[in-house]
Design a binder for this molecule. Structure first.
Ligand SMILES: *Cc1c(COP(=O)(O)O)cnc(C)c1O
Length: 396
């Protein structure tokens, strides 16, 4: 073997990684802790309907996020649907298209029409400058996304929403544990929704929470969720089953204990990528924007084909062949998928389109080590060096 260069998998060699490395976090508690907590759950014979673990999880989350009310729900998509109903929104809502499709789908479920807003080319976030021209009488709310373990600078958007007399609530699915403007993300706008999906840093398999300092709004959300803990019945347009099971709550409490360790593990991986990719021409490493502390949940880069000599899609294909399960978050843009393409032309969102063509997510989380990250950097360099051979191979 010595001296003979290994052939890239995309050129017919064997994959660098025998087991695929995922982009999602996949953090779960050690089996022993999990077993003990679940034994107690079975001993109590209390499985759902806002049980003792769900109540404890909500109390812990409210404390950690420094907010009056944290309501746990089944998942963030349901949480976003419930949020739109609790705010009793009607009409059109300004939201980015550079996001996970659930942001817009939840609006559609709630009978609202998304008005897609472009994002900053540098931070990837929605900005007041981009939102302002879209504000008119038909707009009922602004619904930004706090992306990549960063934020869109919530207080500037709060000022814009106040001036425009419209509601503001955040999709903070990716922002659990982030801090900005001197406090945790969780108490900006009317409410915020966090996801605890297995791909997020605080994972309960499926799960989420909605946070707010507005007591009336919290009461409406509880009523919509059907938690059976309603103290005063408040009028809501519709209800659903958005309950958080005791099993989810147990995982949530264990995840909260482990959160800082997970964040540090992600930092150790991100440090390798940042240093290693700094010298690779055409690969731009992206730092989370608008935060004092990030949850370090993502490893994001942009691939500029003119300089890297290979397109983002070919790099993706080449890395996947090596067992590196990189992802195009988000591709295609939400404005280019049904039902949002039904009405004819997609809106002009040049930065969103550019990012959909250049952004690549690299693996991190529980199943990835700093050594793996080092090997991935090496592979990216090897793929860059092999650009001509790869282009030739893919043509034939
Ligand atoms: C993960 C995610 C969601 C959906 O969360 P679920 O809990 O899986 O429903 C929504 N919006 C964004 C921005 C996300 O990253």
């Amino acid at each position: 073997m010595a001296g003979a260069p290994r052939s890239l998998a995309v050129l017919g060699g064997s994959p660098a990684f025998a087991t695929e490395l995922p982009v999602g976090q996949m953090y779960f508690p050690p089996w022993e802790a999990y077993e003990e907590a679940f034994r107690a759950l079975f001993d109590r014979e209390y499985y759902t309907n806002h049980g003792p673990m769900a109540r404890e999880a909500e109390a812990r989350l409210a404390e950690v996020l420094d907010v009056e009310h944290a309501l746990c729900v089944t998942n963030a998509t349901i949480g976003l649907m419930m949020a739109a109903k609790a705010l009793d929104l009607r009409g059109r809502v300004i939201t980015p298209a550079f996001t996970f499709v659930a942001t817009a789908q939840a609006l559609t479920w709630a009978g609202l029409e998304p008005v897609f807003c472009d994002v900053s080319r540098t931070t990837h976030q929605m900005t007041p400058d981009l939102v302002a021209p879209l504000l008119d009488d038909s707009i009922t709310a602004i619904h930004p996304v706090n992306l990549w373990g960063g934020t869109c600078g919530p207080s500037a958007l709060e000022a814009l929403a106040r001036a425009g007399g419209v509601h503001l609530y955040f999709d903070s699915a990716q922002a659990f544990g982030c801090r900005t403007e001197g406090r945790p993300v969780g108490s900006f706008g009317a409410l915020e929704v966090f996801s605890f999906h297995a791909t997020k840093i605080l994972g309960t398999g499926e799960g989420a929470c909605i946070t707010t300092n507005d007591g009336d709004l919290a009461e409406r959300l509880r009523n919509i969720r059907s938690s059976y803990d309603i103290r005063s019945r408040v009028a809501v347009p519709v209800t659903t089953n958005g309950r958080f099971s005791e099993a989810q709550a147990v995982l949530c409490l264990l995840s909260l204990d482990e959160y800082e360790g997970r964040r540090r593990h992600n930092i150790s991986i991100r440090d390798v990528y940042r240093a290693g990719l700094a010298d690779v021409p055409g690969i731009d490493w992206c730092e989370p924007s608008g935060v004092e502390t990030s949850n370090e949940q993502y490893a994001v880069c942009e691939v500029h084909a003119e300089v890297f000599a290979i397109s983002r899609n070919v790099l993706l294909q080449s890395l996947k062949a090596e067992g590196v399960n990189v992802r195009r978050y988000f591709y295609p843009g939400v404005h280019r998928v049904p039902p949002y393409t039904d009405g004819g032309e997609a809106p002009s969102l040049p930065n969103t389109d550019h990012l959909c063509d250049t952004v690549l997510q690299l693996p991190l989380g529980a199943l990835v080590t700093p050594r793996d990250a080092d090997r991935i950097v090496e592979l990216i360099n090897e793929i860059h060096a092999g650009a001509e051979a790869i282009a030739h191979r893919l043509r034939s």
